[in-house]
Design a binder for this molecule. Structure first.
Ligand SMILES: *Cc1c(COP(=O)(O)O)cnc(C)c1O
Length: 459
């Protein structure tokens, strides 16, 4: 088989600024050893997130100029609505400025104290919006999804037995909807199988509960189904995506992922009453229902992105480029969460730095070293993000996993950029015995990872 190539030519380029190891040592120190506080222009390869960082196509850029900026009933809205309806089949498509705005509207209507929302794994903004309403967000990830080293096809699946037990225990009247996140971002970008989506729908329907999808990466998930699930090998990614959505009663979507735009999102709904309530909130918080917090040009770019995302040459390249990074790192012995997900590689910091205890943040140590060595920005997803110190005892409670995420922006970096990333990670891995632990010198009361300051612990 020949090399899978980037299925595009580059027509516009953005230079990246080069810095030296000494520069970066200084920059890191200035930023309190927190890469969120580094200026983006001091980053050589930015793998902080795949959200809103996609490169748009020439047709999307043409759409930016062509967008209809009419307040009501813009042509760009109807183009966007048509393609979104074609893929999802939902009766109502309500545009929002990003995914969390769709979540905010949905959970303002359906949430509140005494309510529960099950999911395979809630993403942090989904959980935050549910909890903000006073309701509880609960995760029912399949047990194998919690094991970082076993290779399996669908580690993002819902644990259906646990879900049904929970519905029986809490009562269907207290569960306004069941959600599935595709792919499972918080669980390593792992896909969910069609069989699991169908069975989750069956259980939800048995109790009269609607099923919603957190559909941010629906195209990547559809492609994994094509590659891995029996009976789907000859179906197109678009047919598979349509079947996925056919089991759902609605969705929240961040277009910053699989709609290939820098800003945008939507809420898809079938129920008339729920859609009316959602539109009423939308008008107060986002805007008129035919633009919902976006400019006409954004809707145009989003419509075009939805046209492009299910292209199988694109999806083949996308999934392969993430897998390639995972494969090469595994080959040189770097421990990663297996198998590679759809949008990112997660380094397993516990196995990478077994000598640094969780309370000295091994993931943060790798993040800092990777920036210093290669100018690469990644993010810790471990005890900096999720660790807690018990108030009364002062006892440190670590995160279950210590991970470093290397998220791959869509259509942005070429294979030589990725080869450079591989070389840099390998260099950090070879130096691993010399890496220090870190201590926190400042932290905010909530979501501390964004603004915390650190210091290396002298060896
Ligand atoms: C990014 C993301 C969201 C939130 O979307 P924003 O556009 O960032 O508000 C929700 N769920 C998942 C799974 C995501 O990856």
């Amino acid at each position: 088989m020949k090399t899978i190539i980037e299925p595009f030519k580059i027509k516009s380029v953005e230079p990246i600024k080069f810095t030296t190891v000494e520069d970066r040592q200084e920059i890191l120190h200035e930023a309190g050893y927190n890469p969120f506080l580094i200026h983006a222009e001091d980053v050589l390869i930015d793998l902080l997130t795949d959200s809103g960082t996609s490169a748009m196509s020439s047709k999307q850029w043409a759409g930016i100029m062509d967008g209809d900026e009419s307040y009501a009933g813009a042509r760009s809205f109807f183009r966007f609505e048509k393609i979104a309806k074609e893929i999802t089949g939902f009766k109502y498509i309500i545009p929002t400025h990003q995914g969390r705005a769709a979540e905010k509207i949905l959970f303002t209507i359906l949430g509140g104290p005494g309510k529960y929302f099950p999911n395979n794994t809630h993403f942090d903004t989904t959980r935050a919006n549910i909890e903000f309403s006073g309701a509880e967000a609960v995760d029912f990830l399949t047990p194998i999804g919690k094991d970082t080293s076993t290779i399996a096809d669908f580690k993002g699946n819902m644990d259906i037995e646990k879900l049904e037990q929970f519905i029986k225990e809490k009562g269907r009247e207290n569960i306004p909807l069941v959600m599935i996140t595709i792919t499972n971002n918080a669980g390593g970008g792992q896909p969910v199988s069609m069989d699991n989506i169908r069975k989750t729908k069956e259980v939800a329907a048995k109790y009269g509960i609607p099923l919603f999808l957190d559909a941010c990466r629906f195209a990547e998930n559809a492609f994994f189904i094509k590659k891995r699930e029996k009976g789907y090998e000859n179906k197109s990614a678009k047919e598979i995506a349509k079947e996925i959505f056919s089991y759902a009663d609605g969705c929240t979507m961040s277009a910053k992922k699989d709609a290939l735009v820098n800003m945008g999102g939507f809420l898809g709904i079938n129920n008339d009453d729920l859609a009316m309530k959602a539109r009423n909130i939308l008008i107060v918080t986002e805007g008129f229902p035919t633009y919902g917090g976006l400019a006409g040009r954004d809707l145009e770019a989003m419509a075009q992105g939805l046209e492009e995302i299910l292209d199988e040459h694109y999806l083949t390249y996308r999934i392969r480029s993430v897998e390639y990074l995972g494969e090469k790192l595994t080959a040189v012995g770097v421990p990663i969460l297996q198998p590679p997900g759809g949008h990112a590689i997660y380094l397993d910091a516990k196995r990478f730095l077994p000598n640094i205890p969780a309370h000295q943040y091994p993931g943060q140590s790798i993040v800092c070293e990777l920036y210093k060595t290669g100018g690469i920005r990644s993010v810790e997803i471990g005890s900096v993000m999720f660790g807690k110190t018990e108030k009364n005892t002062g006892r440190f409670i670590p995160s279950a996993l210590e991970l470093v995420r290397l998220a791959i922006p869509r259509r942005v970096y070429t294979q030589s950029h990725i080869d450079y990333v591989i070389e840099s990670v390998q260099e950090v891995f070879n130096n691993r015995s010399k890496l220090p632990g870190y201590k926190i010198t400042y932290e905010a009361p909530m979501l501390r990872h964004f603004t915390a300051q650190f210091e290396p612990i002298k060896l």
